[in-house]
Design a binder for this molecule. Structure first.
Ligand code: IPD
Length: 282
């Protein structure tokens, strides 16, 4: 049976590749840095330009589709997921990396219908790795199938996480207490690529057993969530139970066993949900 969303997915892959070229080129130029919610929540003209390039190209081809884009939301657009076909775009996931030329930067495009992610595209543009997943049809990197790690012993695992861009003292304390608990399990190590999307692709690729973070946004994880589940992994909330992509909390793991073991160590907290964000409280 023909795949209803294949055209959209092909368009997303092409748009992500074009966006990656713009990002790579911009790394050669001066990068003017601006801030959003705090002095460490960075944005550049390249983030804004790439998001507009993607949105314009999609609007031309699929005029009825909706958008949730990181920079459009920062500019005051609503962050609401409806049942309509919706493109969920992070033009540069890893903006801080981009500003510092730290070599992990991704273009992330998720696409949801009836509030369910139908495909995910993450282009790690400095590595030239195109990660893709279509619901029910597997996950791939540059066309090669992905499979999560089969490690069941948390003590033999590497866990990815991030410190995020909140410097609220209570949030920072909880991030550190969770990290201390996880390290004390003990595990082999902790890593973080500086982009949620790439961290999730590392879970899907079997390089790390899990990734968890509180404070991410729907555009950071929409595409990666499908890539993880289509590679055989699981997604959970940091307090257990089903993940809610608007809740800003996620555990992505190779298995339920590893996810639940990490959840036991997480000192959870609840940032303002994405669908309750206004430009002043992002
Ligand atoms: C950020 C990255 C980072 C994560 C932050 C995200 P951005 O996205 O994914 O790894 O720690 O929570 O906001 O701002 O670079 O698109």
């Amino acid at each position: 049976m023909a795949d209803l969303w294949q055209n959209s997915m092909d368009h997303a892959v092409a748009a992500a590749r074009r966006a990656g070229q713009v990002v790579r080129q911009a790394l050669q130029d001066d990068r003017k840095v601006m801030t959003k919610s705090s002095s460490v929540d960075l944005v550049t003209q390249t983030d804004q330009r790439v998001e507009q390039l993607i949105i314009h190209s999609v609007k031309e081809k699929f005029p009825t589709h909706r958008f949730i884009g990181e920079e459009s939301v920062a500019a005051g657009e609503p962050c609401v997921l409806t049942d309509d076909p919706t493109w969920i775009i992070d033009p540069i996931d890893g903006t801080t990396n981009f500003v510092h030329a730290f070599p992990f930067v991704a273009v992330s495009i998720g696409f949801s219908v009836n509030k369910q992610v139908e495909f995910g595209v993450v282009y790690s543009c400095l590595e030239d790795k195109m990660f893709t997943a279509r619901r029910g049809r597997g996950a791939f990197c540059n066309g090669e199938p992905l499979q999560v790690s089969d490690q069941t012993d948390i003590k033999q695992s590497i866990i990815a996480t991030e410190f995020g861009s909140s410097r609220d003292p209570e949030a920072v304390d909880k991030i550190f207490s969770s990290l201390r608990n996880v390290l004390h399990i003990p595990i082999h190590g902790v890593r973080g690529a500086g982009t949620a999307a790439v961290n999730m692709c590392l879970v899907a690729s079997g390089c790390v057993e899990a990734y968890y973070e509180t404070g991410i946004h729907v555009w950071d994880v929409a595409a990666g969530s499908l890539i993880v589940s289509e590679a055989g992994g699981v997604l959970m909330d940091t307090e257990g139970g089903e993940v809610d992509l608007m809740s800003r909390r996620i555990v992505a793991a190779n298995s339920r066993t590893i996810a639940e073991r990490i959840i036991r160590e997480i000192d959870s907290f609840s940032p303002t949900r994405d669908d309750a964000l206004s430009p002043s409280n992002q």
